[in-house]
Write a protein that binds this ligand. Sequence first.
Ligand code: FEO
Ligand code: CA
Ligand code: CA
Ligand code: CA
Length: 653
Amino acid sequence: TAAASGQSLSLGFESIPGSMTDAVVVPPGYRAQVLIPWGTPLTTDGTAWSPDLSLTPELQARATGMHHDGMYHFPLDPEQASSDFLLVVNHEYIDQSALWAPSNGATNPKQGARPADEVRTEINAHGVSVVRIRRDADGHWAPVTGDRHNRRFTSATSMELAGPVRGSEMVMTAWSPDGTRVRGTNNNCACGHTPWGTYLTCEENWPEVFTNSGERTADQKRLGMPTGRGRYGWETAEQGQEGEFSRFDNTPRGASAREDYRNEARAFGYVVEIDPYDSDSRAYKRTALGRFRHEGCWPGRVVEGEPLAFYTGHDARNEYIYKFVSKKRWDARDANRPGEHYDRQSIGASYLDEGTLHVARFNEDGSGDWLALTPESEIPGGGPNGERTLGEVFGDQAGIIINTCDAADLLGATPMDRPEWGTVDPGSGDVYMSLTNNSDRTAQDTEPTFTDGAAGLGALGAGFDTAPVNAANPRPDNNFGQVMRWRETDRANRFEWEVFLFGAPAGAGNEINRSGLTEANEFASPDGLWFDERGENGEGILWIETDNGIDKGRDNAVAQATNDQVLAIVPGALARGDTRQTGQQLRRFAVGPNACEVTGIFATPDRTALFINIQHPGNWPASDDATQVTKGQVRPRAATVVIQKEDGGPVGV
Ligand code: FEO
Ligand code: CA
Ligand code: CA
Ligand code: CA
């Protein structure tokens, strides 16, 4: 269809209509299967799921967690990479009403002390699952229960801190007096992977499970730690050992940080590296990549002899986009050797513990700058007390990392419309990132406002409450979101950016519907992204997933027209800077059941199976067939869904 550009790839399906049924809808000729829904036993001593199963801490620790989000695949035998591999999947958060159905026996999470085993069960429903999965000759997928790789990481699993924050006074606690370890990874949203065969899981809305009932520190304020009860009241449980539950209360109580848990939450907010191949391996929090509400972490183009880049975003209104550049240059001898047993975490340390973290400034003329967050970095206009450099404000690199967003404020980074997923076109190196929406984006020429009423850039512990539109975030009260893309230029720390695609309802005027979307492809709140490289020319499909559900209060015209969805486009042949042309090429591929968001995405290397996650469904699935409409009430379960062609051919084309 785009022969002039030499492009041969085109989408092989027609846009499907919007849907508001309790089922996954796919194009004609496709089928969709439910795989590893919440509560699937991973070990042979687990208990099979039943709708009246009462979860215990032990059962939940041996089964998949709740609310599947980011995920990735790791081959065991490269020859079988499309039919037998390790699936690693995040469990972002919990739905207590589903977790505690049908007994309704749970205590009110908002009131009183919570029983220890309820809290342990909830903690074990968070985190990450590693599970081997296999496709049989009929194209049906199933977990390999009891495989030696299968394991869970939960919000209680002991993990290592690595990078600049390891051993810092700022992370010393009664349980880890040398500041090197922590229990748990929490609110694992999106993900990433490395060329040496490890998984990156990213901690997003973790501040909400902690509390500090005293005077909050600057980083606690900036990142939104509650002052009253934590999100589930975990800190109220009794009978725990060694601060098992009291660690969620960060109020200073002892004479020093080594006697209490005032620093517990400072061991959260990171990119966490997991080696799925070694079931004895520990998880490492790679603190050099910054501390904030990390959505995910996406590797840039991998080039022999060049440093590696990892792109990350802070999903909060008017927060920033970051890039970490490794000090070590890529050595192809470090590339993954699937199935082999060796120490991938020491390779991870060599690339992820030393390097430079940068934050993005999107200039009005379409250029951009990566601003280095180091102690030597000069502060334009000076710090809050006249400091010249970030080092003078925050001390060392550990201080900059703990306060990543405040340091980024001081350098003049551009506040964005909630950065969510990124993905990289490995051919061109183009980076795509979704900006999901921003109700606190104000009109041109309004003054920005700051948390806690602090005025002016550099008010530590502040951040922008509202920010006026700019070229990269051009719509005030942005309900619908956009997808950006940028390309690194030859000049160090410079890039060129454009808005690739604007979300909008079909019926909106041109000021809102800037990509000219129609009923066939209207969408809002883009979230999951994956660039699906195919063929020799580096062509690929960009897949876009949405999180616009009406359950979150975004009751907009798109939510009235369709449930959350998966869209696809081949960006290769499109003119740069023509967002209306992009809108014409975009097609709707799949729609999720009621009340869910659609997230997590990859395809097998042969592209015959596309994996997505259905998160927080309201009343689904009815059966193993993801497309079967649920009738009556079921206990809802987030699940992975595998979409395949009935003829076994590649998906999307
Ligand atoms: Fe968990 Fe920003 O999505
Ligand atoms: Ca997300
Ligand atoms: Ca989202
Ligand atoms: Ca989510």
